[in-house]
Design a protein around this ligand. Structure first.
Ligand code: LMR
Length: 397
């Protein structure tokens, strides 16, 4: 048994957390995983979540959810993506199931894609969240890439992206980050989204949105749904993976949603039944607690208002840290341009540091980040920003 099993390589993101936890240095800084911290570097439980937990505690039971999860949670989640008064929701054209956060939603979709479009491929941006590659690989969907990030400008390689969309075979699947692109922090402008939508439509491609950071780009979940709304206006049939890990701080609850926009209600019923059938042999039905927290918050106007306020506080703290990190690097007299730190948005800064420079940060300064140079701005605080800037300056001299 198992004699041929070799140790798996470390995960490029979660492996960084493991290394950080093993480090005994009092100076250590974790800007690896995309998980929000307050200005003392502590994980945060949102006030709206604490209040929802208090309300839930009284009438909790531990029964199974249906295979598709909490209907109430899914309903509220669709409104965030498709719009509060979406006709598509009213027309019941969206097949949607609760998913095990964003990862689970992507994986369920990838399996669905493989089952019903077995010869299809997925176009993935370069770069992307490392786990996207694992997800579609394990679902046995071949992967292609499209241009996204332009290393010289540290912005979007828009022309090359459009060319790749045009050159892909008609009816291809495209994975898009709805907002706050991970790892680059580079999002298309509204105008660029309109053009992307136009070309994707012209080629009959299918757009699948991973929306793991709704609220973290602008501080407002409604504004962060802009790309999706543009695609809806243009009449696309899209799919969306939504997650509450970041914007409700429910990382460990694994609560999210997969939705697929269909032609009509009949098709949506069929698609949903197939999504449930994919879920059943994998995990039967999703966990209940996180879904209850989400539905309690979103169905209560006061709690929802409180949530929106708290999302903005998180997004604003990150923006403040971008300014502070850039300011400190400039104060140190770094001759390099650090403008991209404040140009990029969302939880991450794609710093441009090389893997070797990142290794030096870790070995000499106990600073932990992924080797692609991604800095999780959520881990930067008033207490560590000077230390971080100084270390970055040292390794980039
Ligand atoms: C990240 O990119 O750091 C997060 O999405 C956490 C993860 O699971 O990789």
């Amino acid at each position: 048994w198992w004699r041929s099993v070799q140790p798996a390589p470390k995960d490029p993101i979660l492996g960084v957390t493991e290394a950080f936890l093993a480090d005994q240095s009092p100076d250590k800084v974790n800007v690896g995983v995309g998980a929000y911290r307050d200005d003392n570097g502590k994980p945060v439980v949102l006030e709206c979540v604490r209040e929802a937990e208090r309300r839930i505690a009284g009438n909790l039971n531990m029964e199974y959810l249906p295979m598709g999860g909490s209907v109430k949670m899914v309903e509220e989640t669709l409104k965030l993506a498709y719009g509060e008064n979406s006709e598509l929701i009213k027309e019941k054209r969206i097949a949607a199931v609760q998913a095990l956060s964003g990862t689970g939603a992507c994986r369920l979709f990838a399996d669905f894609q493989k089952r019903f479009c077995p010869d299809s491929q997925i176009y993935i941006p370069v770069p992307t969240w490392a786990n996207h590659h694992n997800i579609w690989r394990d679902a046995q969907v071949p992967q292609k890439t499209y241009h996204y990030y332009h290393p010289e400008s540290k912005g979007l390689d828009f022309a090359a992206m459009i060319d790749d969309i045009k050159n892909a075979p008609n009816g291809s699947f495209f994975l898009l980050h709805a907002c706050a692109h991970n790892p680059t922090g580079v999002d298309p402008s509204e105008e660029q989204w309109r053009e992307i939508s136009h070309h994707i439509k012209a080629k009959g491609h299918f757009a699948f949105f991973d929306m793991a950071y709704q609220g973290f780009a602008s501080g407002d979940p409604e504004k962060d749904a802009k790309a999706i709304r543009i695609f809806l206006e243009d009449g696309h049939h899209i799919g969306i993976a939504q997650s509450y890990a970041k914007n409700m701080g429910l990382y460990g609850q694994r609560v999210g949603c997969l939705s697929v926009l269909c032609e009509d209600e009949k098709q949506a019923v069929a698609v949903k039944s197939q999504l449930q059938q994919l879920a059943r042999p994998m995990y039967s039905n999703p966990p209940v607690h996180g879904a209850l927290i989400v539905s309690t918050i979103l169905s209560d106007p006061d709690l929802k208002k409180q949530w929106l306020k708290e999302v903005k506080v998180m997004a604003d703290r990150i923006i403040g840290m971008r300014t502070a990190l850039r300011g400190n690097l400039e104060k140190l007299g770094s001759p390099l341009s650090w403008q991209h730190i404040t140009n990029q948005i969302g939880m991450f800064c794609y710093s441009g540091l090389t893997p070797e420079q990142v290794d030096r940060l870790t070995n000499e300064f106990h600073i932990y980040m992924t080797r692609n140079g991604r800095i999780s701005m959520a881990g930067v605080t008033t207490g560590n920003v000077e230390y971080l800037a100084n270390a970055i300056h040292e390794v980039t001299k």
